[in-house]
Design a binder for this molecule. Structure first.
Ligand code: TMP
Length: 204
């Protein structure tokens, strides 16, 4: 019997999820799992090429959603499904919840179009656990401004991120069986304690 699990990390830009990816991967390795750590958009050579385009070129919002799902199709075929079939645990830095949040919430693309793409690209695959790192917009903005050169999404205005965050929170309420919300304003050590508890509970 395979115990392979699919875990996703989500949150608006500046929510601090990246800090915790390696920590959770290490927790799982310490529990004897083989872990594949990957990201979206990206995770394959085609996906990384699409990421570069998506993060830097202006395009129609439907083109953006279609390219996100095109990169995802390749990612699932080349990385996620083979890893799960081997019995590995997969951690992806973002997945389809990000498309609902950014292209649906932020850019206001009709949700039904995203539901149709999701049903086409991964009718039978959903994360087993989604860690949603949640912060107020001003905290996220301050973190972003303190870091690096901002990409196309990171340069968006407050109302875009408010709508993106709201859609993440709405999905967390819609799918409570797989979402865990994490207050990402807490000190890193406290978040790590919480993550340790979440993983222990999830991998019983
Ligand atoms: P990252 O900075 O967390 O790696 O994510 C890259 C950016 O891509 C981030 O601003 C969110 C955005 N994004 C979408 O807009 N839709 C998606 O489906 C995904 C996976 C990411």
């Amino acid at each position: 019997m395979t115990t392979a699990k699919f875990i996703t990390f989500e949150g608006i830009d500046g929510a601090g999820k990246s800090t915790h990816l390696a920590f959770v991967a290490d927790l799982l390795r310490a529990r004897g799992k083989t872990v594949v750590l990957t990201r979206e958009p990206g995770g394959t050579s085609l996906g990384e090429a699409l990421r570069n385009i998506l993060l830097h070129e202006k395009m129609h919002l439907e083109t953006e959603a279609l390219l996100m799902f095109a990169a995802r199709r390749e990612h699932i075929a080349q990385v996620i499904e083979p890893a799960l079939a081997r019995g590995d645990w997969v951690i992806s830095d973002r997945f389809t919840d990000a498309t609902f949040a950014y292209q649906g919430g932020g850019r206001k693309l009709e949700r039904q179009k995203l539901v149709a793409l999701e049903a086409w690209v991964h009718p039978h695959l959903q994360p087993d656990l989604t860690l949603l790192f949640d912060v107020p917009l001003d905290v996220a903005r301050a973190r972003l401004d303190a870091t690096r050169e901002l990409d196309k999404f990171e340069q968006e205005k407050a109302d875009f991120f408010a709508a993106t965050r709201a859609e993440y929170l709405r999905r967390a309420d819609e799918f409570p069986q797989r979402f865990v919300k994490i207050d990402s304003t807490l000190p890193i050590a406290e978040i790590q304690d919480y993550l340790r508890d979440i993983i222990a509970e999830f991998d019983r």
